[in-house]
Design a protein around this ligand. Structure first.
Ligand code: SF4
Length: 581
């Protein structure tokens, strides 16, 4: 594939877009913003779109996008001498000052390396020179555990873009050279330069300590950069519309950030605390401005109904003519009004996450809702005219027994009865789809010290659940294989010693089993080890704001099958506590 063909393709994509930014380069910090997956996937990612908008909101920065080419073109590009370009100006990525990756998923780690190769930039930070752009890696995964990517990044940006970008521009303006720039950045919250640390290991293989190198000025731990409040901040919204994305021309908006439920396995819940609602009027103004380009609004928030004005927001979006798609809805916040508004806007499916089938196990994971309430919510959902239900469950949770798997089946049967009762009047039966994933203990959660449950046991549970739920009419199950979760766990829980496996997987087309073997990485060590005696965990280099002592207390409560009720729900204490007996 020639450079010319690449440029023509970029121009064709731009021709279909509304809202992209073109700025002259002269005198500005030039940032190539990379999404390590295709244009189709990346343009549906609200985090990526938001960082693009935030970079370009600074007059001193020009930010242009670049994506992983489709699979069919990657081989052609590798075979040719052409080099990756940006979309807006079709300039070579390697000629920018900064190449900033926004990484949302562990599976995209290999794509980061592919894009570096296509851009003609060495994959490892220690092989780059001052002729190469500064390679910065940010995005959701990096402030959970950036270590598996540590050797590929010149700098890791940990935290929220709104808080990270202004200090970057200031440091760039003042810096005399690349080393000076890195030294300035590590003085700021959220900037982690992996090469500024020596990592010492114990004989057992666990990390002894991260030691900042003399003369670098690197802090002992890097504090995550986060917004204190969202009062004066625009909500993240789709700013570029294109028909060529996963969600089409959907207007995506983040309504509220964070979730106060404190589920013990949920990194998103802990990492985006405190809960911060974006200003209602700004959400509605931006929605009104986007209406000419979009008929559908996607509300992206893990706890949508925690917004104090959610009913008004839904009402006014519907009045504007939007049909509304919420992300997963938190069960304990559902109301007939909210469901009625969603139904009126055209929504037919609701997604909820009971997570487990029994009240006992829900106390272990701190999902503060009971089976009785889940069934009451199901009744409310179908009574509001919804036709389909999507459910999320996990298996492989500490203390889980066969009774808990049977409880999932029983709960589904009860939900199906409710769906059928409402379908009778309509003459049309919808479907219930359950997604089941093995628990991957995540960094920055109460489960961060836990080993993942072993393959054989997970495999047994998957088979048992399949047989329990086979042949239930209008109910479908989608169960992830344990191997898929195993390699995801390796990338979540690993440290910089996992890097050679990422390199090998990138070279062999994603065959992780072969990559781990070839790289000599002991994956079981990272995935199946109890880490509770480790002095330092790989992700401890970033201080996400939660205290270890809190997580340890939460683990102890999980063992005692006790809830920690979020403050907002403490008025419900008396009602919820009755199920503890
Ligand atoms: S309710 Fe959902 S988003 Fe909130 S902490 Fe629990 S799992 Fe996470």
């Amino acid at each position: 594939m020639s450079q010319w063909q690449q440029r023509e393709q970029a121009k064709a994509l731009l021709a279909k877009e509304v809202g992209y930014v073109r700025k002259p380069h002269a005198g500005r910090l030039r940032v190539a913003l990379a999404f390590p997956n295709t244009y189709f996937v990346g343009m549906s990612n609200l985090g990526f779109q938001t960082v693009y908008r935030l970079f370009n909101a600074e007059d001193g920065i020009v930010c242009e996008r670049t994506f992983l080419p489709p699979k069919s073109e990657v081989a052609a590009l590798k075979a040719s001498s052409a080099s990756l370009v940006t979309l807006e100006s079709q300039m070579l990525v390697r000629d920018f000052d900064i190449l900033a990756f926004s990484v949302s998923f562990e599976w995209d780690y290999t794509n980061v390396l592919t894009m570096l190769r296509l851009a003609g930039i060495p994959a490892r930070a220690d092989q780059r020179t001052h002729h190469d752009p500064l390679v910065m890696i940010g995005g959701a995964v990096t402030f959970v555990n950036p270590e598996p990517l540590a050797l590929f990044a010149d700098v890791i940006a940990a935290g929220e873009g709104e808080a990270l970008i202004p200090p970057l521009l200031a440091a760039f303006r003042e810096a005399s050279d690349r080393d000076d720039l890195l030294q300035r950045l590590v003085q700021e919250r959220g900037y982690y330069v992996p090469s500024f640390y020596d990592v010492h290991y114990r004989e057992s293989g666990s990390i002894e300590r991260f030691e900042p190198k003399a003369g670098t000025g690197a802090p002992a731990v890097v504090r995550k950069a986060a917004l204190k409040t969202t009062e004066a901040v625009d909500p993240p919204v789709t700013s570029i519309f294109t028909p060529d994305t996963e969600f089409g021309s959907r207007f995506l908006v983040e309504v509220v950030r964070g979730c106060a439920n404190l589920c013990r396995f949920c990194w998103a819940g802990y990492n985006y605390l405190p809960v911060r609602a974006f200003p209602k009027e700004r959400i509605l103004q931006l929605a009104a401005a986007a209406k000419p380009y979009s008929a559908r609004a996607g509300l992206v928030s893990i706890a949508l109904c925690d917004h104090p004005d959610i009913e008004e927001i839904l009402t006014r979006l519907t009045e504007m003519g939007y049909s509304i798609s919420p992300a997963s809805l938190r069960l304990d916040d559902l109301t007939p009004q909210i469901l009625g508004l969603l139904r009126a806007s055209g929504e037919r499916t609701v997604t909820i996450a009971p997570e487990v089938g029994s009240d006992r196990l829900r106390r272990v994971v701190n999902k503060t809702i009971t089976n009785e309430e889940i069934l009451a919510a199901t009744e409310m959902i179908f009574a509001a005219g919804m036709e389909n239900l999507k459910l999320y469950y996990m298996i492989g949770i500490p203390t889980e027994t066969d009774d808990d798997l049977v409880a999932i089946r029983d709960q589904i049967l009860q939900m199906r009865d409710i769906m059928m009762a409402h379908a009778k009047g309509r003459g049309h039966v919808g479907r219930i789809v359950g997604s089941v994933n093995p628990l991957v203990p995540k960094p920055g959660t109460a489960y961060q010290w836990l080993p993942m449950e072993d393959d054989a046991s997970i495999d047994r549970k998957i088979k048992r659940l399949r047989s329990l739920t086979a042949d239930i009419e209008n109910v479908y199950f989608n169960i992830k294989s344990e191997r898929h979760s195993f390699y995801q766990a390796l990338l979540s829980l690993g440290d910089r010693r996992v890097a050679p496996a990422i390199e090998a997987a990138e070279q062999n087309g994603g065959n992780w089993r072969a990559a781990v073997k070839e790289a000599g990485v002991d994956a079981d060590f990272f995935v199946f080890r109890d880490r509770s005696e480790d002095p330092v965990l790989p992700w401890d280099i970033i201080d996400g704001g939660m205290k270890d002592s809190f997580f340890r207390a939460e683990m102890a409560k999980a063992t005692r099958e006790e809830w920690t009720l979020p403050p907002k729900r403490q008025k419900d204490n008396a009602r919820l506590l009755t199920v503890l007996s």
